[in-house]
Design a protein around this ligand. Structure first.
Ligand code: XLS
Ligand code: NI
Ligand code: NI
Length: 431
């Protein structure tokens, strides 16, 4: 035991509690025939909770964690504290980048050895823990070697370094029984078109992802490969802009049935979409995999990675997840960091506990809306014409025949209300 969380007990479900407890997240509660924990599948993000030092563009570290530093001993201390937090929260999952868990070595080989030793250490810790791995991923954006991208880098040696890094991270994810492998674009984008060959970079990214999928099959990894879209930041323009853009990319490289999406709330907003838009679109394309449930500050417009605290927004997100049949390999990852003034160990627990409660409330509201059925019925009624013989035959027809028919049948279509206010009022009864 470390002494980092001294005085903080394992959180319990107690709806009447006025101190630190879950008031809404009750893992055992049954909803739509499934335990709440199995619906939500919460994951703690190792990087923001244990590796991020609290910097911003105007100032450096504000957190002084006893495990900060680039040694193996400190990396093990970090893992000890992380698993203590997982226990306090009863977190079913966690996620990591290679760079979050191991010190960087002086060569690829040394970094690999550090990484593999820590993976063995995590495997040991997982034997005595309820917490499993939701996903692993590679950090190919922090080190300066990646400043011009990873797979899309103008230097082929960086492409090679990145391929070797992803292989290592996929091996480790499989070893720890991870349920997904994530690729977020990092610096796969550009700062200025003046020095960028878009066509080449796109081809490199496509080939890279094909290699990832081939390797998944080669090693028999059973999890899902997930791409996480984001429109900008750190690059001025990111190639994996949003779900629609990534789907077009997957189609071009023949990967649309191999790769799904990890959709982040804040990234959806940065792309000018609502979170539920991105979720609904991915679901309709059959590529909804997992979510990163962290929001931005709506006034500043930055990717501020804050814990969720808006129940109506979260409810509409889970509504789309449930309509799509719920998570399979995916889950709810809190890719969220504390505010840089939130220094205390208690803040780390409170951030997660509050987020878990907000998600539980959102999930319960979404379930209630689905069980009520009015919203789905109204949507179905709106499209009922397309289920009629006439509606179906139209899609099999052609312009000239339709034109003939419009005159001979004398159709006289009448506008109907979309009832947006009625539907918004309906939703407000549940959130
Ligand atoms: C950054 C991304 C990142 C991914 C994992 O904005 O959200 O944290 O989730 O690389
Ligand atoms: Ni993000
Ligand atoms: Ni993310």
């Amino acid at each position: 035991m470390t002494d980092f969380f001294t005085g903080i007990d394992k959180l319990e479900y107690n709806p009447d509690s006025t101190s630190l407890a879950f008031r809404h997240y009750n893992p055992e509660e049954m909803l739509l025939g499934k335990r709440m924990e199995d619906h939500l599948r919460f994951a703690v993000a190792y990087w923001h909770s244990f590796a991020w030092p609290g910097g911003d563009p105007f100032g450096g570290a504000t957190f002084e964690r006893p495990w900060f530093g680039e040694t193996m001993e400190l990396a093990r201390l970090k893992a000890d504290v992380a698993f203590e937090m997982f226990d306090i929260l009863g977190a079913p999952y966690f996620c990591w980048h290679d760079a979050d868990i191991r010190p960087e070595g002086d060569s690829f080989k040394e970094s690999r050895r550090n990484f593999e030793d820590i993976i063995d250490y995590l495997a040991e810790k997982m034997e005595h823990s309820q917490t499993r791995l939701l996903w692993g991923t590679a950090n190919m954006f922090s080190h300066r070697r990646f400043m011009s991208g990873a797979a899309t880098n103008p230097d082929p040696e960086i492409f090679a370094w990145s391929a070797a890094t992803v292989k290592l991270c996929m091996d480790a994810t499989q070893k720890l029984g991870g349920e997904n492998y994530v690729l977020w674009g990092g610096r796969e984008g550009y700062e200025t078109l003046l020095n960028t060959d878009l066509k080449r970079e796109r081809a490199q990214a496509g080939r890279f992802l094909q290699m990832v999928v081939d390797y998944k099959h080669k090693i028999g990894f059973k999890g899902a490969i997930l791409v996480e879209p984001k429109p900008q930041e750190p690059s001025k323009h990111q190639y994996d802009f949003d779900v629609a853009t990534v789907y077009g990319f997957l189609k071009e490289f023949g990967l649309e049935s191999e790769v799904q999406m990890n959709i982040e709330q804040g990234h959806a907003i940065l792309a000018g979409h609502s979170f539920e838009h991105e979720l609904a679109l991915a679901a309709s394309l059959g590529i909804l995999g997992s979510i990163d449930m962290n929001r931005n500050d709506y006034q500043s417009g930055w990717d501020t990675d804050q814990f969720p605290n808006n129940v109506p927004e979260v409810a509409l997100a889970y509504y789309e997840v449930l309509r799509a049949g719920g998570f399979k390999t995916g889950g709810t990852n809190f890719d969220a960091k504390l505010r840089r003034q939130s220094l205390d160990p208690l803040d780390l627990i409170a951030g997660h506990a509050g987020a878990m409660d907000v998600c539980a409330r959102g999930l319960k509201a979404a379930v209630a809306m689905l069980e009520d059925g009015t919203l789905e019925n109204k949507r179905n009624e709106r499209y009922a014409g397309w289920d009629s013989e006439y509606g179906k035959s139209l899609l099999q027809s052609d312009l000239a025949s339709i034109a003939d028919d419009v005159e001979s049948s004398g159709i006289d279509p009448q506008p109907r209300s979309g009832q947006q206010e009625v539907l918004e009022n309906l939703v407000n009864r549940f959130v």
